[in-house]
Design a protein around this ligand. Structure first.
Ligand SMILES: [Zn+2]
Length: 161
C-alpha cells in the first residue's frame, strides 16, 4: 500500500473526531485534506454538523444576541425621540415667541430657520449612526423623513395656522 493511501485511511478515521484531536494531528489532517477531495468533503460535513458543540454555547450566545436586538430597538426609539423632541421644541418655541394672529409669517420663518439650524445637523448625526447600526430600509426611511422635515416642515405648519 502506498504511503499516501495509508494516510488517507488514517485521516478518514480521524475526521469524525476532528474536534478532539491534538493540534499537531489536526494539522496533519488538514494538510491531507488540501490534496484529497474525499477527505475534504468529509471534514466539511463533520465541521458543519458540529452543531452540538455550538448548541452547548448557544445559551451563552443567545443573551448577547438578545441584548443586541434590545439595544437596536432602544436605539431606534432613542433616534425617533430625539427627532420628536427637537421638532416639538421648535414648534413649541415658535408658538411661544410669536403671536400667530399678528406675525404668523415670522413664526413660519423662525420654524424653517430653526429646523435648518437644529434639526438638520442632528438628523445628519443620527443618520451616521443609522447607517452603522440599522438596515438599509430604515436608512432610506430616515433620509426621506428628515428631508421632508427640513424642506417642508414650515410649509406643513403654515397650512395649519
Ligand atoms: Zn483522503
Amino acid at each position: 500500500m502506498e504511503e499516501s493511501q495509508k494516510i488517507h485511511i488514517l485521516v478518514k478515521e480521524l475526521i469524525p473526531v476532528f474536534d478532539e484531536l491534538e493540534q499537531e494531528t489536526k494539522d496533519v489532517v488538514l494538510s491531507h485534506t488540501q490534496t484529497c477531495s474525499e477527505c475534504q468533503h468529509l471534514l466539511n460535513e463533520v465541521t458543519e454538523e458540529n452543531y452540538p458543540v455550538v448548541e452547548q454555547s448557544e445559551e451563552v450566545g443567545i443573551k448577547p444576541l438578545k441584548k443586541l436586538v434590545q439595544f437596536n430597538r432602544g436605539l431606534k426609539w432613542l433616534f425617533v425621540s430625539i427627532r420628536a423632541l427637537i421638532l416639538f421644541y421648535i414648534t413649541f418655541s415658535a408658538f411661544q415667541f410669536y403671536d400667530m394672529d399678528l406675525s404668523a409669517d415670522a413664526a413660519i420663518e423662525y420654524i424653517g430657520g430653526s429646523t435648518f439650524m437644529f434639526y438638520f445637523p442632528a438628523a445628519i448625526f443620527l443618520l451616521v449612526f443609522t447607517m452603522t447600526f440599522f438596515t438599509k430600509r430604515w436608512m432610506v426611511f430616515s433620509i426621506l423623513f428628515d428631508l421632508g422635515i427640513v424642506l417642508f416642515l414650515d410649509t406643513i405648519i403654515s397650512i395649519f395656522i
